[in-house]
Design a binder for this molecule. Structure first.
Ligand code: HEC
Length: 141
């Protein structure tokens, strides 16, 4: 009998809405879990904001607004119905808040950074609650 090599892997999908809470998927090796463009962008935004936090805590200013962030308006979502009017409003609010982090005097950086992170959280409260505890770690206390 032919042996099938099945690779079992556990995906801890950071639950976006309750129907997609932490789940375990068993997938043959040919069918890798495909990360959406939006999920990849989010992870990049996470990294950049973690860098910003470090810079600000070290008394430095984040220099250039990462233009990739603008892809929030176009990146493919896992669930395309998420891109409704609210999503667009939250995206604009987020981009505006984020741009101010790159455009502010030193003494208001902590404030601007936290406002930007809170704009991440505001959108997540309506679309994707799973990552909120992680996002909160980006706040500067
Ligand atoms: C306009 C709404 C919105 C904003 C603003 C937003 N997010 Fe998201 N985020 C989402 C949605 C929707 C998903 C799910 C994406 C998907 O699965 O396609 C997501 C997914 C994520 C994920 C999980 C990615 C994964 O699958 O591993 C992280 C982490 C995340 N966002 C962090 C952030 C951070 C950090 C910010 C701010 C710098 C931010 N988000 C701003 C809506 C938003």
């Amino acid at each position: 009998m032919k042996q099938f090599v099945l690779i079992f892997f556990t995906l801890l999908v950071v639950g976006c809405n309750s129907k997609k809470e932490t789940k375990v998927e068993i997938t043959p090796v040919t069918n890798f879990y495909k990360q959406s463009e939006m999920a990849a962008l989010m992870l990049l935004m996470y990294e950049k904001n973690a860098e910003n936090k470090k810079l600000i805590l070290a008394g430095k200013s984040p220099k250039t607004f990462p233009e990739e962030f603008l892809k929030i308006h176009t990146a493919k979502l896992t669930d395309s119905t998420d891109r409704n009017q609210d999503f667009k409003t939250f995206s604009n609010y987020y981009i505006n808040s984020m741009q101010q982090v790159f455009n502010s005097p030193q003494d208001s950086l902590i404030n601007k950074h936290n406002t930007a992170i809170n704009s991440c959280i505001a959108c997540h409260e309506t679309t994707c609650v799973g990552p909120i505890p992680r996002i909160k770690k980006l706040l500067i206390q």
